[in-house]
Design a protein around this ligand. Structure first.
Ligand SMILES: [Zn+2]
Ligand SMILES: [Zn+2]
Length: 336
């Protein structure tokens, strides 16, 4: 099969690999579409320490072409999407349905071969059926670019109708957070990003206002006055300054949900403000399998507008060029 292989920092190459064989409990997918996530850009840039020889790609949609032994409930020909990780299924987190908190996950494109290939083996326990009415491209990106902000907004942030929301970082995930917040009945929504394309994406997704923190002298004060009291702030960047900016925008009782991954140590408000105003800070990682099913169902029912979700679809062999450009808010998908 043909696959895009990470060969070291900055290098992604199209190579021929032996066709994979599904192990017991796995199915073999012929990949129909694979989303290019910001994480894949970090992998190819060499920032995540992924070993050379790895095939990136964890937003996978495919058609089942072979079944490993012991697989029940799935057939050759089924159109499916995959959970972004392979979880153990046995730890307390997995057993309680919180697969995103699994203590020993494997990641597609991180520790096992991902979906930037013609074929990829996937455990049957990772699969969610994709209705014919949802395109392969939208199905692929829904597993992460839509399900991750859904989890942050609904399950962790517990959005309530009418409350105002600030989204810090309105790239691929953040612009979907704006879209889902609008769908969930949010009041005022403000999108924050230094990129004009990301601010435009936030406006198109339903933000009332957008904010460029790099043009403001006192960005915390400026955002506070623009947001006019936000009770839910979602952060998708993962840097100290953006978490600090988000926490500054919280009104009393507000929740800050941090989705952006990083190693910084942000300065959070003093304890007196946490206690006196009952603000809280939460981490949010990925989504559960059940949430991916919910999101796919909402898309199939026409409840989530995905018309802006996929920017372009490029053939696998043009994949390396995609990684020489910065990620765009509307996802690029690769098609073998
Ligand atoms: Zn991702
Ligand atoms: Zn587990």
């Amino acid at each position: 099969m043909r696959a895009l292989v990470y060969e070291g920092p900055g290098t992604l190459e199209m190579v021929s690999l032996a066709d994979p064989v599904p192990a017991a409990g796995e199915v073999l997918l012929a990949v129909l579409a694979a989303g290019v996530c910001g994480t894949d850009h970090h992998i190819v840039a060499g920032e995540l320490g992924v070993p050379p020889g790895m095939v990136p790609g964890h937003e996978i949609c495919g058609r089942i072409v072979a079944l490993g032994s012991g697989v029940e409930g799935w057939s050759v020909g089924d159109r499916v999407v995959s959970y972004g990780q392979v979880v153990c299924g046995a730890c307390p987190a997995c057993l309680s349905g919180h697969q995103n908190r699994c203590v020993s996950p494997e990641g597609f494109g991180l520790t096992r071969q991902g979906g930037f290939a013609e074929l990829v083996p996937v455990p049957a326990s990772c699969l969610v059926a994709l209705p014919d009415s949802v395109t392969a491209e939208v199905g692929a990106i829904a597993t992460d670019a839509i399900a991750t902000p859904y989890h942050a907004l609904v399950s962790v942030g517990r959005i309530r109708a009418g409350e105002s929301v600030v989204v810090v970082g309105t790239g691929g995930l953040g612009m979907h957070a704006v879209l889902l917040a609008r769908m969930a009945g949010a009041g005022r929504i403000v999108g924050v990003d230094s990129s004009p394309a990301a601010r435009d994406a936030a406006l198109a997704a339903g933000a009332d206002d957008v904010f460029d923190p790099t043009t403001q002298k006192d960005s915390e004060r400026a955002l506070r006055s623009l947001a006019r009291g936000s009770s839910l702030v979602l952060e998708f960047v993962g840097r100290a300054e953006t978490v600090e900016l988000g926490s500054a925008a919280l009104s009393p009782g507000g929740r800050l949900v941090v989705v952006g991954v990083g190693h910084d140590r942000p300065r959070l408000p003093p304890l007196i403000r946490f206690i006196g105003t009952e603000i809280s800070v939460h981490g949010s990682f990925g989504s559960t399998l059940a949430e991916i099913e919910t999101v796919i169902g909402l898309i199939a029912a026409g409840r989530i507008d995905t018309s802006q979700s996929v920017g372009r679809t490029v053939p696998l062999e043009d994949g390396p060029a995609v990684f020489r450009e910065p990620p765009s808010p509307a996802r690029t998908t690769l098609a073998p």
